[in-house]
Design a protein around this ligand. Structure first.
Ligand code: 5CU
Length: 377
C-alpha cells in the first residue's frame, strides 16, 4: 500500500459476527449462507441480483456457484487484525455488513441488535483503541425499541455511530417517521454511515446480466445510484434542515452525488412545482451546502478521478479512507497478503492530493480520528 505520513484509519470495513452467520445459515431466502457441492467454501448470497444464480445452482450442481465464498475474512476478528497488520492500518471502525438487521421480524430485531452490538463492543474491547465500531439499529422494530437501541449503543465505549441502509423503516430515508431517529442520533453525537444494499431493480441490468456480467452492474452502478437517490430524497424532504446536527458518512464517496449535485441543483431551480411552493428560492441551503456541512464521504471509489470530484464537493477534510474488507478479495493472489482493492484506493488518494501531503494524511487517517473521536476512549 502507498506510504503515508501519520496514522491509517479504515472507516469502511465490515464483519458478520458468528451469531449473525448462524442466522444466515438457517435461512432459505436471501440473505443466506448455503453450501454447494461444486465449491469448498459455503456461499454467502446477499443481493437480489444473485437470486437467479442461486436458483440455477440449486437445480443444477454444475451451474456456477452463486454469491461469494464465505471465507474466514467475514467473521473472524483475528483475520481482521491480520488484514489490518498486512495493510499497516492502525485503527478500524468496523460495521455489520449488509443487509444488517433489515430482514428480521419486528419481534426479533431488538434483541438481535442488542446482541450484535454487544458482540461488536466486546471485539473492540479485545483490541482497545485499535478497533471501534458503527452499531446496527433494529429498524424493523417499533420506534420505542429503535430509540432504546440508540441509548444502548451511545453508552458503549467504542461505538462511534450507526450503519444504516437506504430503506430506513421500509419507505426510504425521506420518511417523516425517521425524523425522531435522526434527532436521537444527532443528539447522541452518533454519526450515520450510510451504505447501500438494495441497488436497482433487476430488469435494469437486462437479460444478459446474470449469465454474462457477474456482479459488475449491481455493485459498480446499482450500489452508488442507490446511495445517490437515498441522499437526494433526504435533501428534497428537508431533513438536513430539520436536523442540523445530523452527520452522515456516505459510502463509496457518495455514490454519484459529487458528480450529479450540479444537475440536482439545476433540476430544483427549474422545477415549476418547487418554485411555486417556495422550495427553490433565496436562502435555501443547496445540495453543495449539505455536502460541505453535514456530509462526509469515504474514499472508496478506486480512482483519483472520482476522488477529486468528492474532494471538490465536500472538501479534503471530509474524506476518509476505507477498504470495504472483506469484500473484493484478490482472486488470483493469496488472500492473506496485500489486497489490490485496498492499494487501488490508497493510490487514488496519493494521486489525487499527493502521497505525502497534509490532505493525504487527513484522508488516510486524521480526518477520521477527529470526526469520529478515535483518540477518546
Ligand atoms: O460484493 C458485494 O456484494 C458487496 C456487498 O454486498 N457489500 C459491500 O459492502 N460490498 C460489496
Amino acid at each position: 500500500m502507498a506510504a503515508t505520513a501519520g496514522r491509517i484509519v479504515d472507516i469502511h470495513t465490515h464483519m458478520y459476527p458468528p451469531s449473525y452467520i448462524r442466522i444466515l445459515e438457517s435461512r432459505t431466502t436471501i440473505p443466506l449462507v448455503r453450501s454447494f457441492p461444486q465449491t469448498p467454501d459455503p456461499r454467502l448470497i446477499l443481493l437480489e441480483a444473485e437470486v437467479e444464480s442461486l436458483e440455477d445452482a440449486i437445480k443444477d450442481p454444475s451451474a456456477k456457484p452463486p454469491g461469494r465464498p464465505l471465507t474466514s475474512h467475514y467473521a473472524s476478528l483475528e483475520q481482521k487484525i491480520h488484514f489490518m497488520d498486512t495493510h499497516k492500518i492502525d485503527t478500524s471502525v468496523i460495521s455489520l455488513a449488509n443487509p444488517w438487521l433489515d430482514f428480521l421480524e419486528p419481534s426479533e430485531s431488538g434483541p438481535m441488535a442488542k446482541s450484535v452490538n454487544d458482540e461488536f463492543s466486546s471485539m473492540c474491547e479485545e483490541h482497545a483503541g485499535r478497533v471501534f465500531f458503527f452499531a446496527a439499529l433494529p429498524l424493523t422494530a417499533p420506534l420505542e425499541t429503535v430509540l432504546k437501541s440508540i441509548t444502548h449503543v451511545k453508552a458503549l465505549r467504542y461505538c462511534r455511530g450507526v450503519i444504516l441502509g437506504t430503506s430506513g423503516l421500509g419507505n426510504g430515508l425521506d420518511d417523516p417517521n425517521l425524523v425522531p431517529i435522526f434527532e436521537a442520533l444527532a443528539a447522541a453525537n452518533l454519526t450515520i454511515f450510510l451504505h447501500p444494499h438494495y441497488g436497482l431493480p433487476n430488469q435494469v441490468w437486462g437479460p444478459r446480466a446474470n449469465a454474462e456480467y457477474g456482479h459488475v452492474l449491481p455493485l459498480a452502478l446499482g450500489f452508488p445510484m442507490e446511495t445517490t437517490i437515498a441522499v437526494t430524497r433526504m435533501y428534497l424532504s428537508g431533513v438536513f434542515d430539520k436536523v442540523r446536527e445530523l452527520r452522515m458518512i456516505l459510502a463509496h464517496s457518495g455514490g454519484t452525488l459529487p458528480f450529479l449535485a450540479g444537475r440536482i441543483e439545476s433540476c430544483i431551480l427549474h422545477d415549476g412545482q418547487l418554485v411555486r411552493e417556495g422550495k427553490a428560492g433565496k436562502g435555501r441551503r443547496t445540495v453543495w451546502d449539505v455536502l460541505k456541512e453535514q456530509v462526509y464521504l469515504d474514499a472508496v471509489v478506486y480512482s483519483e478521478v472520482g476522488l477529486k470530484a468528492a474532494i471538490e464537493a465536500s472538501g479534503a477534510d471530509r474524506l476518509m479512507f476505507g477498504t470495504d474488507h472483506p469484500f473484493f478479495p484478490p482472486l488470483t493472489m493469496d488472500e492473506q497478503g496485500e489486497w489490490e482493492s485496498v492499494s487501488m484506493n490508497a493510490e487514488a488518494v496519493a494521486k489525487a492530493v499527493g502521497g505525502r501531503s497534509a490532505d493525504a494524511a487527513g484522508i488516510m487517517g486524521s480526518n477520521a480520528i477527529t470526526v469520529l473521536r478515535l483518540d477518546e476512549d
